[in-house]
Design a protein around this ligand. Sequence first.
Ligand SMILES: *Cc1c(COP(=O)(O)O)cnc(C)c1O
Length: 402
Amino acid sequence: MFKREEFVPDEDWHRFREISKDFPTPNIFINLDEIKKHYEQLKNAFPYSTVYYAVKANPGVPVLKLLDKMGSNFDIASRYELDKVLALGISPDRVSYGNTIKKACDVEYFYQKGVRMFATDSKEDLKNIAEKAPGSRIYVRILIENSSTADWPLSRKFGCHPDMAYNLLVMAKEKGLEPYGISFHVGSQQRDIGQWNDAIAKTKYLFESIEEEDDIQLKMINMGGGFPAHYIQPTNELSEYASEITRYLHDDFDEIPLIIFEPGRSLVGDSGILTSEIVLISRKNNTSLSRWVYQDSGKFNGLVETLDECIKYPVVSDKDHGKKGEVILAGPTCDSADIMYENTKYKLPIDLKVGDRLYWLSTGAYTSTYASVEFNGFPPLKTYYYDSEAIYEANGDFIKKI
Ligand SMILES: *Cc1c(COP(=O)(O)O)cnc(C)c1O
């Protein structure tokens, strides 16, 4: 089906096995060096861009500290994320409030803390921003009807039609705000690079018409996230995305505006390995060909993105050299929604036993914090972070030298 080596090279794998082996399951280990590598790749691929890390993808303090050190800015979705980022000494002018769904009191809170850049996609929200965050920079998110080529689409709920975006930017100016730019998100794990072309074309049209008709010079395009992590379904390399997207920009703009990216998945996805333990292996009748494999992590502690089997993680074991057979993979809770893969045919070794470990690769994004507090009494998924020197807790506390 796939090989572990295609996702994690031998050296990294052996190191991971060595440092994680004594920790109880389920857990996730995040390799900070991998995040560093992805950040550098992104900056090399888009040297003209400014990066606002989408904190929600993995808000671990060690990740925030690393990206702070590397010069990243931060896209924040709630006051709780804001408090966490500011507590690390990161200055509010490196923060954007990218969530278009927010309370007026939260806008006020961000403003009081010094944040001056806000996303919006509605009149109501814009009014709140004008009132509670006077003079701030505004970018309007346009709706992208993303196709089936994004494995985790972010359509419909966010963004407005370009005509409305135009009106909102004019209204922003009237209300004393600074109409700053346009944002979009083409859908997370977007496998079709052409989606950026359509979005950039819509943006260019807005830039031009609003300058001609209302004398507003927009300065910035926020292209959101969407770049892929490395799962089972193949994707293009980031360098491919970069050369295509850069070409679209040159085709549409004489002078490229300020470009912001808000990567989440592509920066942290590949850095994580979730380790689970098999709780039970069974068959539903005497002659059924596939086994049910129940393990101690599931939809409610880390694997939410297996909803509708959208994200297909590579799953490996220590017995992968032997013969394999079809399985249905399920979590430990008393909820029948807690099945990860049934239609997607995963194959695991025939000689797999209760107590064996499974390793879910590329689980660094949208896993650890997508965990319920105590459904069925199970605690949230434990996450550990490591670099070349030590292992740390999610809150940044030092655990031990390695
Ligand atoms: C979630 C989110 C991102 C990150 O998207 P990825 O596809 O994970 O890179 C970026 N921007 C906004 C506004 C988001 O909500």
